[in-house]
Design a protein around this ligand. Structure first.
Ligand SMILES: [Zn+2]
Length: 458
């Protein structure tokens, strides 16, 4: 938020100065970088004695972005800065007397009106006014969860901050669910997607079923949970969980920090994909995935553990993963390295992904190569490069940006980690091509967390 917006926000708060009722809402939010400062002023912890001459008031105004000198006098630049901070630019509150008159009209007792009105009474009143505005501004600040407090402290039924956070998350769903559904309707209606799915057995049924699932998805199937309700993920800002029946968005601290809402959108998109997959038992088959990531772990992991012959190949791969296989650059095929060079990718970047794989835990690897997760990653990655177009075809240039971490996301990281685990085989050109052949959908029978997956649920 820039200074102008910030001022507008303050302006919108001002009408309550002489009323005791609480301000309910504003479209603007408080710039998080000022939150601690506002909090300290409001709570008197980092005490600036605004009533002590005008010096501390000047410190305050300078801190929140006003270009004035600290003269200790309530001079015209100081009056203008205060008037601008409180009421906005060019509102006619630019001199000590204009500020005085305005404050009197708001009900403050400032004593007698003289040419230099900033006496002790006015200083105390300004102090009160600034503290009060800071108190309103911090209502939009991120809440930081304090682990030393009992979890019951964050019950949205009894804690107003927690309640507010939950409402914010729910209202985010209200305003974005239709957009997500439209994106998926466009995806399932597109010729590109339909052609890909039609190649599979019962492809048409699958398409029709998906179409119906998307269009009929009700608001009641998606909800938000805070740390009070989902204790195990308290360290994470936003995480999702989906099964064939529900989608849950778990929100935590810093929910309102800039950029977090984009993340929430990504999580919704990712989880919606899981929901669909679980209802159609896979849109891309394991054979299709095998051409992209030979280390792919089918969703039917329970069968693998039973040594079902049907999945013995994948079962062996899973064993490799479980044994903690390490990758070495010198074992990468020369042709693969040549192919990377064509894409402008050098050894140092390849090595980084090898390291990523080598240091990952078994749980990480299972998650990184899980078929269901890859389906969600696939869709999220496409959305990353072309917003809301789930049929987008990745270019070699996109791949280069992903690989060099110029474009980043969790979905990219997990996918390329699994790719490193398969020793970058198929080589990158083939990988991109095969990746683009996928119908950008995924499947699963397990509950899919955006964390190391937990098999199987039932
Ligand atoms: Zn997931």
């Amino acid at each position: 938020m820039n200074l102008t917006e910030h001022l507008k926000r303050i302006q919108s708060l001002m009408f309550v100065i002489n009323e005791e009722e609480t301000i309910t809402s504003s479209n603007l939010s408080t710039d998080p970088k000022f939150c601690n400062f506002y909090r300290s002023i409001h709570e008197d912890t980092n005490y600036i004695n605004l009533a002590n001459g005008a010096g501390d008031l000047q410190d305050f105004l300078i801190t929140v972005g006003h270009n004035i000198n600290k003269t200790w006098k309530f001079d015209i630049p100081t009056a203008r800065a205060l008037g601008t901070w409180v009421w906005g630019t060019n509102k006619g509150y630019d001199t000590p007397l204009e500020i005085f008159d305005k404050m009197v009209s708001l009900g403050y007792d400032l004593g007698s009106r003289t040419q230099t009105p900033y006496g002790p009474k006015m200083a105390i009143a300004v102090n009160k006014m600034v503290k009060k505005i800071c108190g309103e501004l911090i209502k939009d600040c991120p809440i930081s969860f304090d682990k030393s407090k009992p979890i019951s402290f964050y019950n949205p039924k009894t804690n107003s901050d927690a309640k507010k956070l939950k409402q914010r998350c729910e209202s985010y769903i209200d305003s974005n669910l239709n957009k997500i559904k439209t994106t998926y309707i466009n995806w399932i209606s597109s010729d590109k997607t339909r052609k890909k799915i039609l190649k599979q057995p019962h492809g048409l049924n699958k398409i029709n079923h998906l179409d119906k699932l998307i269009r009929s998805f009700p608001r009641t199937k998606i909800s938000c949970k805070g740390p009070f309700e989902e204790v195990q993920y308290r360290d994470i800002n936003i995480r999702g969980l989906a099964n064939a029946y529900f989608i849950t968005l778990n929100y935590y601290s810093n929910f309102v920090v800039e950029g977090i809402e984009d993340k929430l959108y990504e999580v919704m998109l990712h989880e919606f994909s899981h929901y669909l997959d679980k209802n159609v038992e896979g849109i891309n088959t394991i054979e299709q995935w095998d051409k992209v990531l030979p280390k792919i772990i089918p969703n039917e992991t329970a069968y693998l553990l039973d040594n079902s012959p049907k999945y013995s190949l994948a079962g062996n791969l899973l064993k490799d993963l479980l044994m903690g296989e390490q990758i070495d650059y010198k074992n990468i095929k020369p042709n693969t390295i040549k192919d990377f060079t064509k894409l402008n990718i050098e050894k140092q970047h390849i090595q980084k992904w090898i390291d990523e794989w080598n240091r990952s835990t078994i749980e990480d690897r299972i998650y990184a190569c899980n078929q269901s997760e890859k389906e969600s990653n696939l869709r999220s990655i496409r959305n990353k490069f072309k917003k809301d177009d789930l049929t987008y075809q990745l270019t070699t240039y996109d791949f280069e940006k992903m690989f060099k971490k110029i474009v980043r996301s969790d979905d990219i990281t997990w996918t390329l980690t699994c790719y490193a685990g398969s020793r970058f085989d198929p080589p990158p050109s083939q990988f991109i091509n095969n990746f683009n052949q996928l119908a950008n959908n995924k499947n699963s029978n397990t509950n899919s967390f955006d964390s190391p997956i937990q098999y199987p649920e039932s």
